[in-house]
Design a protein around this ligand. Structure first.
Ligand code: 13P
Ligand code: SF4
Length: 351
């Protein structure tokens, strides 16, 4: 730690004290330790959404995560609460792979060939509020990596097929876990007529998957699993469900960031793990469990560059402004969009 960094840390502590009871800092597990140390509450996407929904007594929520998470928090908090994202460029590249316009056009195209079939839209929480509203207004639900399988099962009870945005891999992993065969799962390729499918393929599909992906989780490969098993006999492999199906099916377990943390915590002293998710979380688990062998599954850095845009410097800038009663970088979802998105988020919280 440099002297300058130490001063920033001290100033954050002092500002937090000054604003105690007014400010709640929510932090996703992928944040770097430099920011994570200042969190009041931490979690995966689902837990953070729940915590935001229950944060009624705090007028200011500082969200150390990415844009779609702050939008969800704004939708789930009261009108008198402000949600703040310390850097407005902290987005999620996967969420950006599906725009509301593209999704609406694809929906109409699908409807034109699936007449008489009930299609339920489901969106991963990693999506814009506009897509959540689109889904909410058509009877669908949001899901997170913790509950995607459950939400998919719910949707397939309501209708004959699901249109799933924007993560192809989470959609496929959840569809496979529900027992669907390969020809019941089709991929909708953005920009292609009928998503690159025939009318017959679309009519017989149970799940139709938008072809978005997370570049961080694409870095994990089946060969890495084999390498770790050769190097450390008995090692357990756990990966996030944003990883491709080949990786998930070869791993011992898969689950959301909360599930990964719980699996490591619950394992016996001396256990060995290779983990396929963002490196800041894996490094933290390594520090927290010196009695266990914990490795990042890949050799590459595997950090989420946009999550890393939240820094102690911009966190302090937000706190300094709040101390002067100024709200900067507020995330404020338009009321009409928020109402539709809330329908989809509330459905998820109920399922
Ligand atoms: P979680 O739902 O596990 O927090 O994942 C969010 C995310 O963005 C993973 O890349
Ligand atoms: Fe988006 Fe991937 Fe970063 Fe998660 S890790 S926020 S899915 S880019």
């Amino acid at each position: 730690m440099t002297g300058q960094q130490g001063n920033v840390f001290k100033e954050i502590v002092a500002r937090k004290k000054e604003l105690a009871g007014k400010v709640l800092i929510l932090c996703h597990h992928y944040q770097h330790e430099d920011v994570f140390q200042f969190a009041d509450l931490t979690g995966d996407s689902l837990k953070l959404a729940r915590q935001a929904a229950e944060s009624g007594e705090y007028p200011y929520i500082i969200f150390c995560g990415v844009h779609f998470m702050a939008e969800s928090a704004d939708i789930l908090t009261g009108a008198d609460q402000a949600v703040i994202l310390p850097d407005l460029q902290a987005g999620c590249p996967m969420a950006d792979m599906a725009t509301a316009e593209e999704v609406a056009a694809a929906w109409d195209e699908l409807a034109s060939v699936c007449a008489g079939q009930a299609v339920i839209p489901v969106t991963y929480v990693n999506s814009s509020a506009r897509i959540k509203a689109f889904v909410g207004n058509r009877g669908g639900s949001v899901c997170t990596s913790s509950n995607a399988e459950r939400v998919l099962a719910w949707a397939l009870k309501k209708g004959e097929k699901v249109f799933f945005f924007p993560d192809e891999h989470l959609g496929r992993n959840s569809s496979k876990a529900l027992g669907f065969a390969d020809d019941e799962i089709v991929v909708w390729q953005r920009g292609k007529k009928l998503g690159g499918n025939s009318v017959q393929q679309l009519r017989q599909a149970r799940t139709i998957l938008w072809n978005g992906y997370c570049h961080v989780h694409q870095e994990f490969l089946v060969g890495q699993i084999h390498d770790w098993r050769r190097q450390i006999p008995g090692i357990k492999i756990i990966v996030h469900p944003e990883c491709p199906w080949e990786v998930v099916s070869e791993a011992d377990m898969s689950g959301s960031t909360e599930r990964i943390i719980a699996a490591v915590q619950e394992s016996a002293v001396g256990a060995s793990w290779a983990i396929g998710t963002e490196a800041n979380l894996v490094n933290r688990l390594q520090r927290q469990h010196p009695d266990k062998t914990i490795r990042l599954l890949a050799q590459t850095p595997c950090t989420c560059g946009t999550m890393s845009r939240i820094t102690p410097a911009n966190l302090l800038w937000v706190l300094d402004n709040l101390a002067q009663k100024k709200v900067v970088n507020q995330i404020s979802v338009d009321a009409k969009i928020a109402a539709g998105a809330r329908l989809a988020l509330d459905r998820m919280l109920e399922i």
